[in-house]
Design a protein around this ligand. Sequence first.
Ligand SMILES: [Mg+2]
Length: 214
Amino acid sequence: MRDRFSPGAEVVVRYITRLGSTVGMTWPFRVVRDDDDLLALWLPRGSLGRLWRNSPGQARELVEGEWRRDTLRLMYPGKPYSVWLFWEGEPRRFTTYYVNFEEPFRRTPVGFDTNDHTLDMVVAPDLTWTWKDRDEFEALGVSGHFSMEFSETVEAASREVLELIESGAAPFDGSWVGWAPPSDWTVPVLHPRWQEEPPTPWSRREWAYPLPYR
Ligand SMILES: [Mg+2]
């Protein structure tokens, strides 16, 4: 296994495309914790990353984008989801847990690789919650871009997360709500090799995405 990152280290999280396994959307983070059971990453408002821009009649391209919300991203080794905490406003106030279903992360020399599973959950501080993009996720199953087995695996993961929410278990127990970055941490910047470092495709890609899909 590659070395762990120290607290404060700047890393990138890259979304590796399903079609072609190239480097797609990428954001810089600072490492809060890189432990056996938890990877916690900080992405403050104002961070500059890369995201897709679709222009009519043109191939999509990666362009610079700015992150809008102070975010702590909790990732769990081997798990197909991460939980993001958002703080907004002035004074800074915790507003949302965001559950992002995604490929279990892979470690790279510059950070971590994953990709999005489309489905998300939005959870309020009082733990009431809603789906996000469930219609889009289901359409990808119907069209065959997501295999039936894969879709069911994501559904099972969502049930697992729902149990955590309904029982108020970590990370929905409020234990991270009061977290704040050390005062001397500056906004992270993209590693100079964010695009050059070879992408690490998900080992189960062919099983999950039987049709070419980006
Ligand atoms: Mg998502």
